[in-house]
Structures are given as structure tokens and as C-alpha cells.
Design a protein around this ligand. Structure first.
Ligand SMILES: [Fe+2]
Ligand SMILES: [Fe+2]
Length: 188
């Protein structure tokens, strides 16, 4: 079958070998990185701040949820806190791989984060605030994935992974909200 590919795949291996030796200080970041590294690092650090705020909020909710009716919700908050921490670590590792510095500075954390830190005054409030935060995370990751497209496939795949987890989290919070408010929020 004839191929529709018109451009042959050409890689100047000699030149690639020369460049690979030239900038060892840049680690995994090679000269054909197509994105703007500074923009990538800024976006990843903002996402990192979002995850840190999510860890803090879920941890607070996990500790604060008391009473027999809250047991299942409490367990869910705890599980999400651990998963958000895993996201935080993966983003920090990627920032480091790209030659950047993960920003864990608590100063200015909330202004870098897309999600907010809202305590909530009762269990339903807490669930609702987490659902709001998850929806914010879903929307920002979806935008970032579109932005990275094919320029930085490793970062895009990482974000796709995180997006699918945040969608699960949003769904978990939605289910809990329905269970605790006693009415469905979606038509079906
Ligand atoms: Fe997350
Ligand atoms: Fe999440």
C-alpha cells in the first residue's frame, strides 16, 4: 500500500550526538524541546500549588469530619489527600526534570493555586467545596493538555493522567453530595 507520508524521517544522528554531549547540565531537556521552558515551568508550578492546596484542604476535612455518618466520607477525604500528594510529587519531579525548581514556598501559595482553601462549616459544605476544587482542577488540566498538545508529550501524558484522577475525584464528591443531600443533582 502506498504511503501518504511525503516527508521522509531524517535525523542527523551525528549532530544529535554532538548536541547531547554539549549541554549535559540541561539533563533531560534537549535542544529540540519545542515548548517555551519558562512557560512550562510556570504552568507546572501553578499546578503544583493547586495540588498542595488540595492536599491541605482534604487533610483538614479528613481530620475534621466526625460522627458515625461521616466515616465513609472521612475515608474518602483521606484517600483523596494521599492521591493529591502523589500528584504533587509527580509535578515536582517533572519540574526538576525540565531543569526548574519546584516551588513549595508556602508564601504566595494561594495566589499561585487555581483551587481555593475553604474549610466549610459542616460535612455537606466540605463535600461541596471539594467538588468545586475538583471541577477547577479538571478545567485547568484540560486547558493545559490542549496547550501542550504535541510540543511536550511527556508533560501532556502526565497531565492526562492527573486529569483522569481529578475526574474520578469530582465524581466521588458528586456521589457523596447526592448521598448526603438526599437528592440527585443530575437529570437522568
Ligand atoms: Fe490532584
Ligand atoms: Fe483531585
Amino acid at each position: 500500500m502506498a504511503t501518504t507520508q511525503t516527508q521522509p524521517f531524517v535525523s542527523d544522528i551525528k549532530e544529535i550526538r554532538r548536541r547531547a554531549r554539549e549541554h549535559l547540565e540541561e539533563g533531560a531537556r534537549t535542544t529540540n524541546y519545542e515548548g517555551n521552558v519558562d512557560t512550562t515551568l510556570k504552568l507546572l508550578n501553578d499546578a503544583l500549588a493547586t495540588e498542595v492546596v488540595c492536599v491541605l484542604r482534604y487533610t483538614f476535612h479528613y481530620v475534621s469530619a466526625v460522627g458515625i455518618q461521616s466515616e465513609a466520607v472521612k475515608a474518602e477525604f483521606g484517600a483523596h489527600a494521599r492521591e493529591e500528594q502523589e500528584h504533587e510529587m509527580r509535578l515536582a519531579e517533572r519540574i526538576n526534570q525540565l531543569g526548574g525548581k519546584p516551588n513549595f514556598n508556602p508564601e504566595g501559595l494561594l495566589s499561585r493555586s487555581a483551587s481555593q482553601y475553604v474549610e466549610g462549616s459542616n460535612l455537606v459544605d466540605m463535600i461541596r467545596e471539594n467538588l468545586v476544587a475538583e471541577r477547577i482542577a479538571v478545567e485547568t488540566y484540560r486547558d493545559m493538555i490542549r496547550y501542550f498538545a504535541n510540543h511536550d508529550p511527556t508533560t501532556r501524558r502526565l497531565l492526562e493522567d492527573l486529569l483522569s484522577k481529578e475526574e474520578e475525584h469530582a465524581n466521588d464528591m458528586h456521589d457523596l453530595l447526592v448521598a448526603h443531600q438526599g437528592k440527585p443533582m443530575l437529570d437522568s
